[in-house]
Design a protein around this ligand. Structure first.
Ligand SMILES: [Zn+2]
Length: 116
C-alpha cells in the first residue's frame, strides 16, 4: 500500500495511548484480514498510513491475541529466502467483526452528529 495518508489525520505517537486505540487497531486488522490474507509488515505500513505508529513488538502480541481468541488464523509461508506469517480471518472473526462494525457505525453517527 503506497502512502496516501490523509494530512488531516492526527499522528498517534508510537505505542502511546495504547488502551484508547487498541480496539480501533484490532478492528482495523480484522477489517483487512477479512479482505485478503495479510502479514505483519503490511499491517504496520497500513496502520502507519492511518496515523498509527506500531512497532513489531506491539503488533505481534496483538495478532497473537486475536489468533488465540479464534478471530484470526495464521500460517507460515515462504517469501523468497525468508518465511512470512500470513493472517486470515476466521468464521468466528467475521461474526464478531460484523457486530463490532455496527457498533462503530452507531458511535460514528453520534460522534459526527450534525457534522455530516
Ligand atoms: Zn486500512
Amino acid at each position: 500500500m503506497v502512502s496516501r495518508r490523509s494530512p488531516k489525520l492526527p499522528r498517534v505517537a508510537k505505542d502511546v495511548d495504547r488502551d484508547l486505540y487498541a480496539g480501533l487497531i484490532r478492528l482495523h486488522v480484522l477489517h483487512h484480514a477479512g479482505e485478503k490474507p495479510i502479514y505483519g509488515a503490511w499491517i504496520i505500513e497500513e496502520l502507519n498510513r492511518h496515523g498509527y505508529s506500531l512497532s513489531a513488538g506491539t503488533l505481534y502480541p496483538l495478532l497473537h491475541g486475536l489468533e488465540k481468541k479464534g478471530y484470526l488464523r495464521s500460517r507460515q509461508v515462504r517469501a523468497g529466502k525468508l518465511g512470512r506469517r500470513i493472517y486470515e480471518i476466521t468464521a468466528k472473526g467475521r461474526k464478531v467483526f460484523a457486530a463490532a462494525r455496527e457498533k462503530v457505525r452507531e458511535l460514528f453517527g453520534e460522534l459526527f452528529e450534525g457534522e455530516l
